[in-house]
Design a protein around this ligand. Structure first.
Ligand code: HEM
Length: 340
């Protein structure tokens, strides 16, 4: 059997069982992580078994992005259980990242839109819920972005249908976010799922954590609706920071932003109502993300938790919250004379 087959088989068996067992033990102790002789031994076995398999991988067999996700899951699990990863194993991820032009770590796409093997870290039902609802929201954002991108090139009688398609898709984003808020257990998320998304080093460079926002469509929508501008230094930082964490085929979409539909409706007001309906749906979905996901599932539990490693990106929570709330203002067109 090839080294990759051995490794990916381990990921879908012993790796899953080991993580699940450790998560249940931490949860029973009411902690995000715990140490004792038994747990420490289990963490060491996880680290050593994975390292032995990863370091056998030579060259770039199969789909390199899929392989990066597989290796990335192992690196993230080591970070989560606070065991260091041998440099030779990190170097496998480093080589794949370099070849693909992406950050050499797992990102949310490796669990959702680019995950034919249906990999997860654990067997926990809350992890499954988290990946599925987030993934459904990503797919819906992608449908909305695809519809908006086509508007400038279709004949006038087709424009309304594309706005309607985008509107329906953004309503589906909101519905997926609502389903997540209803079904995800805040304690399970905070203690057993979020810790796999933390920043970690690869060959000496620290890479920020993964989050469900690492795809281009949400930004394509911002730009298509004229809610954000690439010339705005704040927004440019958002795009540039996100770029290495996008799946390879998303990267060109950020390099060639869609046309600004706001100037189109200003010139020809026939579709102004539909434009505003789409804009409101985008704002509503994102405001929900902020107030009903970020706050109850991250900010509130964080009040009684150690402050390091709380956010996916790494900066202190209040800095991340300030950035996210500025994005809420932009996406809901607050103070922009656009509300209707
Ligand atoms: C429990 C659920 C969720 C929590 C706690 C959460 C939290 C966060 C946090 C803290 C960030 C900032 C990352 C950082 O810099 O550390 C973020 C970013 C982001 N999240 Fe979520 N999120 C959740 C679910 C979702 C879902 C379902 C979506 C839908 C696709 C989503 C879309 C985004 C986007 C697009 C960003 C990037 C920033 C932006 O462009 O707005 N998130 N999220």
């Amino acid at each position: 059997m090839s080294a990759v087959t051995d490794f990916t088989r381990w990921l879908s068996t012993d790796f899953l069982d080991a993580n699940t067992g450790l998560e249940e033990a931490y949860f029973a102790l009411g902690a995000e992580i715990a140490n004792n002789d038994d747990l420490d031994q289990r963490k060491r076995v996880l680290r050593a078994d994975g390292a032995a398999l990863v370091t056998r991988i030579d060259g770039m067999p199969g789909d390199p992005y899929d392989l990066l996700g597989a290796v990335g899951l192992y690196l993230a699990a080591c970070r989560r259980h606070e065991v260091n990863v041998p440099e030779a194993a990190q170097a496998v991820a480093g080589r794949l990242g370099l070849a693909l032009g992406v950050a050499p770590r797992f990102v949310f796409a490796h669990l959702s839109t680019h995950n034919p093997a249906a990999r997860t870290f654990t067997h926990l039902p809350d992890e499954h819920t988290f990946i599925t609802c987030n993934g459904l929201a990503v797919l819906a954002y992608q449908r909305a972005a695809a519809a908006l991108r086509r508007i400038p090139s279709v004949t006038k009688s087709l424009v309304a249908a594309l706005y309607d398609e985008a509107h329906t898709a953004l309503a589906a984003v909101l519905a997926a976010n609502q389903a997540l808020a209803r079904t995800l257990d805040p304690d399970r998320f905070f203690r057993n799922i979020r810790p796999y998304f933390k920043p970690h080093p690869v060959c000496g460079t620290e890479y920020r954590g993964a989050n469900a926002g690492d795809f281009a469509a949400v930004n394509e929508i911002d730009l298509a609706l004229g809610l954000c501008e690439v010339t705005d230094p704040f927004y440019q930082r958002i795009l540039a920071e996100k770029y290495p964490y996008l799946p390879p085929e998303d990267q060109p979409r950020l390099r060639t932003p869609p046309s600004n539909l706001r100037s189109l409706v200003e010139r020809d007001p026939d579709h102004v109502e539909k434009y505003h309906a789409v804009r409101r749906a985008h704002g509503a979905a994102y405001a929900f993300h902020h107030h009903r996901l970020v706050m109850p599932f991250l900010a509130r539990p964080a009040e009684s938790a150690p402050q390091d490693g709380l956010t996916a990106s790494g900066p202190p929570l209040e800095v991340v919250l300030a950035t996210l709330s500025r994005l809420v203002d932009l996406r809901t067109a607050r103070d922009r004379g656009l509300r209707k």
